[in-house]
Design a protein. Structure first.
Lengths: 354, 1035
């Protein structure tokens, strides 16, 4: 059989009329992106913008192992946040740019260290790369030990993963004189802004592509078997420093990120892409996927994305050693109760510092 | 000045001022009191006087001096004639129980008749003076302008002119006129105490910002489902309600409106419009003919919020109402029912008649549904109780409140006015009057509540105030009541007391023990002999010739008698009704009740005692003192059973076991406040005190207690007040049964000049808990020290003190230490030999250190590292500087030390309360034992069957449970020592560090270990005592 032209015989979803107007099959939206899905025996590592942390509960509910190398000890289960235990595979917090992720990987493999690696505040030493952590130390020795422990935990997380997911959030970034990229502009969450030391950059498509290729290289060095899956966060910027309208700046930044992913995929066959961005920002996006503020994805929106991400069969598995998780602290308390009489004074305070 | 001259002058003044004192003629629903001059009983919702003509013409100043109980809104209606009659409604303001002067201007031009409505509901109104004074228009304008434009009410011409110019500048002359006219007509000229109160309770922009920030910071944001049954309200009232909801500062609410066939079309149209605009408003038809309870259930069926509240179709909510509720729920996450204060709002939007409610008062709830509105119920609780019971019809809400209160005690009060009830009124009269059906339903709800609670008793609506109920609980006649009457001579008084007790009392089982404190008169001995002849089994006298000490006399009386119930009675009382003892016993026999008191009357039949109110900044006072006895008291508090913080010992009943358990009356309080002190100890132990409004005795209140001179008395009274403040300051400042919004000194139930307890009127409400502070605790009477009779060191503390007990035993009881033991909380009905609470334990320890002038070594906590981290879960961790190598070769993530510190903080922080009180005592703090090696721990675990049981549940045995590595446990323990040491430095208390020599292999040396997981043995104690003595010697 001969074809008259390349559009003959293309799948139905490749035509707007059939693929969209006649009803979108959401599973078909991943076609051609090399995304190979998630399997029950996968162990997932994730990093990226806050959107990336949304997937964690869905994965765990589906019985797919989510890697945590810095888990929250039970005794702190009553503490609210400021701890950073629950969102990602290790306590690195939000990573919005490809550059910051690349630098994290460089630090994990002891290839690079930032110069401005701690801010001295009256409350203690702040990690500029994890400014959201609120339990600080004022000892340099403990700070060094905590940082080393964190980097080593991140490295172990990647080494033991089968899938590494990174969600790109922004192109705009603030960096120190040595190029170290901060997750947020100094002075906003913590630290002090110093215009002599802190500079703005807006990563170009080519720069993001380069960073992603660098990340892929480092990940496969740490763990040759790990798959590298990229996604782009559909969430717009909270603010832009470019002087443009935030809508325009957001769309530009998403376009750059999406194009950079395409560039990375063109350069390396093994890079996968999951279209979370298109699922929530496309013409087919179900109404009600966004809150009225147009910045927050609703529960329904997340359900929609995750139904595609977890399209395979995932029989609910027994939650990992739940009994054990809640059991050991209880046991510790029982000892105290059996032997001591001051138990009444000894309830941990629920943390209220947020 | 001669009488004639004075008369002339008053006549002249009256002429000049043109003052009239018109006669007030009762037209309806008013009955003149037969005992009190100028007092009227309003018997319905529309009491009315005619103002007897001739009426003045032109501008008139109306002044009315009087008081009302409950507070009452006074309104004047002026009929103006001509071709068309016109009625002018003039609100004069509210009368309150403490007395008010209402002062207003009005135009009487063309007035043909006028009437005065003194109240909007049943109650007593006393009108001491009512005058109409003709005045010139200029004076009216000046007065009104001054009252509007001046901050105080004394006209200041210059300021007035400046303000006038400012108003003219802003809004022109028409604006000035508008403001002045509105001031004349709405009359803020004479602000009532509630107006003043409201002024400092404004929800201004700043307050709103504060509140918004508070709720933004709150972690819990429940949804509230409000339920309204709408039948036929004026449309504007309904829109007011709906608007008051849509402007709520807190967005998470839904309103479910149930309407029925009687709801008119235009009302429905309004509802539909609002529902279309705001998705939170939903409407649902109720098919039922009898709308209330059934419709409430229909609405309940479709709501989704965590809490539900029933609201009236014509009421309004304050803009912060739901936000305050949400904040309160953040403070009390477990609350199942919360209720707020409320007031009335009339058609002009004027607010009056505030009801400042007490905190959760179960006995008061038996009298009436005092919780009123806003009342939020946890929906799951209501659903568990299957909602409103439709057969209770109008009593369904009261019935629900009673049932909810049987299933939970997590009931809290928000002391803020969040709900404005519509004052039902129309000019023609005939406002809504609660039907007799309504009263029957309430009585029925109460009867069922009594039965459900397994009590026997009767419920009766008050004969005059039908909305209030007297609940009489049947007393068990097998329990004897021992009546203890201290006395000294004054045989005439005692005779009246004794003869009414013996001749009237219906309770079959009582005895009287007179404690004679030095009587000398023959008449007294004769009286004793006579009663002994008459009632040989039931009457006896014991003699205590000591300097007058009421507490000692009462304690002696109790010791000499054996009734299960004891009743303290003053010798100058007089029983009026024979049921008194039975009624008091019915309450006193209930397990949860402490002291029971009653209303005491002066011989002139005004109230002497209606329950004791604690006074912020002072000690305590009698509520309702001086009020006529036929008045209902503050929202009916004089009518039936009500909770009070305390009751007077002039007539107080309590179970003997409680009296003994609480340590009896404190003899350090010889004359005053011994009853209050005792009642507060009962409260502290979790009992509730009750004053029975239905039981009344006359108290002749004579001083029959000897001849000490006045200066002596004053000094003693000052000393006793001071002692009370020292012991109970924080309790006295926050009477749970008397609203902080009410004036505390005197406690007369009038609005406080400012809200006392919550300094920022806008700030989130703080819910009070029945929680007492260390400083509120009196020393226990019988501490158990054991050890050497001449110790050199006192030891008190938590479980690590057992090492010291071991040391004492090992040393053949020769060790020069004394240990304060028996600190574990004991059941409340104790025998007085153990400590009711941790706080009282420390109070005794510190007191002993002070009085015996010995150092007190405190052993505080020290098991935190075990209590949370002994066993390890999958989330392994370490803390700096503990480092591997770890047995599994994997790195352990480090946890910041600051996080551990935070986790340990509450246990250490409680020490602060003890050190705060340690002034004057020589206190040191001992370090606590370090962790034990793994094998020692495992030996200890095997001795704890409960651990083995739990381990089995987790699929493990005591041997396979993973123990946190010793190096991590040691770092955790070091942090406990650091925290204790830091606290000691703050209070300049020496901290005795654990010396190196107790360690072996990084753990507590096995030789110093007790055979369990946590504790050390006597050898450890010996080390620490030695360290302590060295430190003390060095200091």
């Amino acid at each position: 059989m001969t074809t008259k032209h390349p559009y003959q015989g293309i799948p139905r979803y490749a035509r707007w009329k059939q693929g969209v107007n006649e009803g979108v099959d959401r599973r078909e939206l991943i076609a051609g992106l090399r995304f190979h899905g998630l399997r029950d025996d996968d162990r997932v590592f994730s990093a990226g913008s806050c959107f990336a942390s949304n997937m964690v509960p869905y994965l765990e509910k589906a019985g797919i192992a989510y890697i945590r190398t810095e888990p929250r000890p039970q005794a702190f289960s009553r503490f609210k946040d400021g701890l950073g235990y629950d969102n990602f595979s290790a306590r690195f917090g939000n990573i919005y740019t490809s550059r910051q992720f690349l630098q994290l990987l460089l630090r994990c493999t002891a290839r690079w260290a930032p110069m401005e690696d701690r801010w001295r505040t009256p409350a203690g030493l702040v990690d500029p790369f994890r400014p959201g952590l609120t339990y600080l130390t004022s000892s340099d020795e403990e700070f060094d030990a905590l940082t080393l422990s964190h980097l080593s935990a991140t490295r172990v997380a990647i080494e033991t993963a089968t899938v590494v997911v990174f969600t790109l959030g922004l192109t705009e970034a603030w960096h120190a004189t040595d190029g170290a990229v901060f997750p947020v502009c100094p002075g906003t969450v913590a630290g002090e802004f110093d215009s002599n030391k802190h500079h703005f950059m807006n990563l170009s498509t080519a720069q993001v592509t380069e960073d992603l290729l660098g990340c892929q290289g480092l990940i496969s060095e740490l763990n040759p078997k790990a798959r590298f899956v990229l996604t782009v966060s559909p969430v717009p910027l909270t603010a832009t420093a470019t002087g443009k309208h935030v809508v325009v700046a957001s769309l530009e930044s998403k376009a750059v990120l999406r194009a950079a992913v395409a560039g990375a995929q063109a350069a390396r066959n093994e890079i996968e892409y999951f279209p979370a961005y298109e699922l929530l920002m496309g013409w087919q996006t179900p109404p009600g996927s966004w809150d009225p503020d147009m910045r927050t994805v609703t529960r329904a929106g997340l359900d929609y994305v995750m139904s595609v991400l977890l399209a395979g069969e995932h029989p609910p598995t027994n939650q990992r050693t739940n009994a054990n998780r809640s059991g050991t602290e209880r046991l510790s308390q029982l000892i105290a109760k059996a032997e001591c009489d001051e138990a009444a004074y000894d309830n941990f305070a629920a943390d209220s510092s947020g | 000045m001669s009488a004639g001259h004075s008369l002339l002058r008053s006549w002249y003044e009256e002429l000049l001022q043109r003052t009239y004192r018109p006669r007030l003629v009762p037209v309806r629903e008013l009955r003149a009191s037969d005992t009190i001059e100028h007092q009227w009983l309003s018997t319905g919702e529309n009491p009315e006087f005619r103002i007897e003509p001739p009426l003045p013409q032109g501008w008139v100043r109306l002044r009315l001096k009087g008081r009302a109980s409950p507070p009452a809104l006074v309104t004047c209606y002026i009929e103006r004639g001509g071709d068309r009659t016109e009625t002018v409604v003039l609100k004069l303001g509210s009368l309150n129980p403490a007395g008010s002067v209402l002062d207003r201007f009005a135009s009487f031009r063309g007035a043909r008749s006028a009437r005065l409505d003194p109240s909007l509901g049943p109650g007593y109104v006393t009108i001491e003076d009512f005058t109409l004074q003709r005045v010139g228009a200029l004076r009216v304008i000046l007065h009104a302008a001054a009252s509007y434009l001046n901050d105080d009410r004394r006209p200041n011409v210059w300021r007035l002119m400046r303000r006038v110019l400012a108003v003219v500048h802003d809004s022109g002359f028409s604006g000035l006129r508008r403001k002045i006219v509105s001031r004349v007509v709405n009359g803020r000229g004479s602000a009532s105490p509630y107006d003043t109160w409201l002024e400092q309770d404004q929800l201004d922009k700043e307050a709103r910002t504060t509140l918004r920030a508070a709720i933004d910071a709150a972690e819990y944001r429940p949804t509230f489902s409000l339920i309204a049954v709408v039948q036929n309200p004026p449309v504007w009232q309904l829109t007011n309600l709906l608007d008051s909801l849509t402007v709520q500062l807190y967005p998470r609410w839904e309103l479910c409106v149930a309407f029925d066939n009687s709801t008119p079309e235009d009302t429905r149209a309004v509802l539909e419009r609002y529902a279309a605009e705001d998705a939170r408003i939903r409407i649902t038809p109720s098919a039922s003919e009898r709308p209330s309870a059934a419709a409430l259930n229909v609405a309940l069926g479709i709501v989704t919020g965590e809490f539900i509240a029933n609201i009236d179709e014509d009421a309004e909510l304050s803009p912060d109402a739901l936000l305050q509720c949400a904040l309160a729920l953040n403070e009390r996450r477990g609350a199942d029912l919360i209720y707020s204060d409320e007031d009335g709002i009339d058609d002009t939007g004027t607010r009056s008649a505030p009801y400042f409610k007490p905190d959760w008062s179960p006995e008061t709830l038996l009298g009436d549904m005092y919780m009123g509105r806003l009342c939020l119920y946890r929906r799951s609780v209501v659903e568990d109780l299957k909602g409103f019971r439709e057969e209770m019809s109008d009593g369904a809400e009261y019935d629900l409140a009673l049932r909810v209160s049987e299933s939970t005690d997590r009931i809290y009060h928000i002391p803020r006015v969040l709900y404005h009830r519509r004052i039902k009124r129309d000019i023609v009269g005939g406002g809504a009057c609660a039907s007799s059906e309504h009263h029957e339903a309430a009585v029925d709800a109460l009867r069922q509540a009594i039965a459900r609670r397994g009590l026997r008793g009767t419920v009766e609506a008050h004969e005059r105030f039908r909305g209030h109920h007297i609940v009489r609980l049947a007393a068990d006649p097998r329990q004897k009541v021992s009546i203890v009457i201290p006395t000294r001579d004054r045989a005439d008084l005692l005779e009246r007391c004794l003869s009414t007790v013996f001749n009237l009392t219906t309770h079959p089982n009582f005895e009287v023990c007179v404690v004679d404190n030095g009587s000398q008169e023959e008449a007294t001995s004769e009286l004793f002999r006579r009663f002994h002849r008459l009632w040989p089994e039931q009457f006896r006298v014991i003699r205590r010739d000591v300097p007058f000490n009421f507490s000692a006399l009462v304690n002696a009386g109790v010791a000499e008698t054996d009734g299960a119930l004891v009743l303290f009675l003053n010798n100058d009382t007089e029983v009026l009704d024979g049921a008194w003892l039975e009624e008091m016993a019915g309450y006193a026999q209930r397990a949860e009740i402490g002291a029971v008191g009653c209303v005491l009357l002066y011989p002139n039949r005004t109230v002497q005692h209606g329950g004791v109110v604690l006074m912020a900044g002072a000690v305590a006072g009698h509520s309702h003192a001086g009020q006529p006895t036929n008045e209902p008291g503050y929202f009916g508090r004089l009518l039936a059973q009500s909770n009070y913080a305390a009751v007077t010992a002039a007539c107080m009943m309590v179970r003997r076991e409680l009296f003994i358990g609480a340590g009896g009356f404190d003899e350090a309080l010889a004359v005053a406040y011994n009853d209050v002190d005792f009642c507060l100890r009962l409260l502290q132990r979790g009992y509730r005190n009750v004053c029975l409004g239905q039981v009344r005795l006359v108290h002749h209140e004579s001083m029959s207690r000897g001849s000490d001179d006045a200066a002596d008395r004053r000094a003693r009274s000052t000393a006793e007040s001071r002692l009370m403040r020292e012991r109970w300051a924080s309790v006295l400042d926050g009477d749970p049964y008397y609203s902080p919004n009410l004036r505390s000194v005197p406690p007369d139930f009038s609005p406080a000049a400012s809200t006392r307890q919550w300094p920022a009127p806008s700030g989130p409400a703080v819910l009070r808990d029945r929680h007492f502070q260390l400083d509120a605790l009196p020393a226990e009477t019988t501490p158990r020290w054991f050890g050497s009779s001449s110790p050199r060191l006192l030891i008190a503390g938590h479980s690590h003190r057992i090492a010291f007990i071991d040391y004492f035993n090992r040393s053949g009881h020769a060790a020069p230490i004394a240990i304060l033991d028996q600190k574990a909380p004991v059941p409340l009905m104790d025998d007085g030999s153990a400590f009711a609470s941790e706080e009282s334990y420390w109070a005794v320890a510190l007191a002993a250190a002070r009085t015996r002038r010995l150092p007190l070594a405190i052993v505080w906590g020290g098991n935190w590292h075990n209590a949370h981290f002994l066993f390890e879960s999958d989330e392994r961790f370490s803390i700096f500087p503990a480092s591997g190598p770890w047995e599994d070769g994997r790195p352990r993530p480090l946890i910041p030390r600051s996080l551990i510190r935070k986790a340990f903080a509450p246990g250490v922080a409680a020490l602060r309360a003890v050190l705060e009180k340690s002034a004057g005592a020589d206190v040191i703090l001992l370090g606590t034992p370090p962790p034990k090696a793994d094998d020692q721990v495992r030996v200890g675990i095997e001795g704890e069957p409960v651990i083995a049981e739990w381990a089995a549940r987790l699929g493990m045995t005591a041997a396979t449970l993973r123990i946190t590595p010793l190096s991590v446990r040691r770092e955790l323990w070091k942090m406990t020592q650091e925290l204790l040491g830091a606290m000691c430095r703050e209070y300049a208390v020496p901290f005795i560090d654990v010396p190196e020599r107790v360690f072996s292999g990084g753990a507590l040396s096995a030789a110093l270990s007790a055979p369990d997981v946590t504790h050390a043995n006597g050898l450890w104690a010996e080390v620490m005592i030695k360290e302590a003595h060295e430190a003390l010697a060095a200091a």
